[in-house]
Design a protein around this ligand. Structure first.
Ligand SMILES: Nc1nc2c(c(=O)[nH]1)N[C@H]1C(S)=C(S)[C@@H](COP(=O)(O)O)O[C@H]1N2
Ligand SMILES: [Mo]
Length: 388
């Protein structure tokens, strides 16, 4: 193979580029990023500032962890200021021994740390319809991935003793929104976490400080933040947030309810909407893939509008229910083209095209959109939302 020069650095080296070290600023008690780094969450306009969402800048992320300060936010009643010394978790309902726990008591229990995606059921919901999002942050940024630390819920339930016939839990937050969600108890006994840690420190207030549920692979709305109560029951609660909202309207006018699992998805973050390629040449095409059903087995990428698909390189370790970073060297010839990715998970499920998805689900679903995302690269290097 002919050796190609990847980047042309040689000529500029020599004068004036390297600075002598100046005396820097002193040590600091809590770190901050460089003032030259500008990526921020984008906040969608909402009627009230407390109830709203902000989006993770996916195109500015490296690897598979979202820095806590950039984790997306979705609140229905603002971020409460909770003093952990005064916070309590109540476990009641169909249990042998109802319990009230302090945060300190919870932290004493055996714990685990796991890397998991949290994704809002409404993420990329704009793609059902007008698709006006100019960039990947706004089209797909209601998803983040963190390392969560906490107590397996199973362990707590073994402490309180679940009564025969119990089949659901109802979790309640301490925020003004009083968000309540019903979750099948089988999920709680499987892999749910009562989390207090995020990326090596306490949860951020926006993420539910001091306690939240993590429901691996299931839609964000079930991951109750500022958790203050779990009621064990023999039926779901049919709360506002699982009846009037968070249901999927189907083409026949019926609505699907309790669609918990987030199906396999992926998105190219470079090149993606709003970016400009400076010219033809070698680039690293990259993006993120995840599935609520388990491990990502394969990600395929097209850079010719879907005529051919090529397997991307997957960064190890490939963790279940976490982001997988994919990459592929890509030589852009300077012509207009369309790029996209599709993910395949360990169950064999293949991320569908928009056409295949809307053929089954119609276009009024609102939630749970996981179609293949296309980006157009113009001959001028500008990348745009192909469906806009
Ligand atoms: N108590 C409470 N829990 C909540 C919410 C809320 O408003 N209040 N929003 C839910 C929704 S819809 C989502 S998508 C996730 C968002 O979690 P994050 O803000 O940490 O990203 O939290 C869920 N848990
Ligand atoms: Mo959500």
């Amino acid at each position: 193979m002919k050796r190609r020069r990847v980047l042309q650095l040689g000529a500029v080296l020599g004068g004036g580029l390297l600075r002598a070290g100046e005396l820097g600023r002193p040590l600091g008690p809590y770190g901050e990023r460089s003032p030259f780094e500008k990526a921020v969450r984008w906040r969608r306009e909402s009627k009230t500032p407390e109830a709203g969402s902000s989006f993770t800048p996916l195109a500015d992320s490296y690897g598979i962890l979202t820095p806590s300060a950039l984790h997306y936010e979705r609140h229905h009643g603002g971020v409460p200021a909770i003093d952990p010394a005064r916070h309590r978790l109540i476990l009641q309902g169909m249990v042998e021994r109802p319990l009230i726990l302090t945060v300190g008591e919870i932290k004493r229990l055996p714990s685990v740390s796991r890397i998991y995606v949290v994704e809002c059921g409404g993420n990329s919901g704009g793609e059902w319809g007008a698709k006006t999002a100019p960039d990947v942050q706004r089209s797909h940024g209601l998803v983040s991935c963190s390392e969560w630390t906490g107590v397996p819920l199973k362990l707590l339930f073994e402490e309180v003793g679940v009564r025969a016939g119990a089949s659901w839990i109802i979790a309640e937050g301490a925020d003004a929104g009083r968000v309540q969600r019903s979750i099948p108890i089988a999920k709680a006994m499987d892999d749910m976490l009562l989390a207090y840690g995020q990326n090596g420190e306490a949860l951020r207030p926006e993420q539910g400080y001091p306690l939240r549920l993590i429901v691996p692979g299931w839609e964000g709305a079930t991951h109750i933040k500022w958790l203050q109560r779990i009621v064990v029951a023999d039926q779901p609660y049919q709360s506002r947030d699982e009846t009037s909202k968070y249901t999927d309207l189907m083409p026949d006018g019926k609505a699907r309810q309790f669609t918990f699992v987030m199906e396999a998805k992926s998105v190219v973050t470079f090149p993606s909407g709003g970016q400009t390629l400076p010219g033809p040449g070698l680039y690293e095409l990259t993006g993120l893939a995840w599935s609520g059903r388990g491990r990502i087995e394969r990600v395929e990428v097209t850079s010719d509008g879907g005529r051919s698909w090529q397997a991307a390189q997957l960064q190890e370790p490939r963790l279940r229910l976490a982001w997988v970073r994919f990459r592929l060297p890509w030589r852009w010839d300077g012509k207009e083209t369309v790029i996209a990715s599709r993910s395949i998970d360990e169950t064999g499920y293949v991320q569908p095209s928009r056409e295949a998805l809307t053929a089954v689900r119609g276009t009024n679903s609102g939630f749970h959109y996981n179609g293949i995302k296309l980006w157009k690269v113009g001959a001028d290097g500008r990348v745009t939302n192909v469906e806009a």
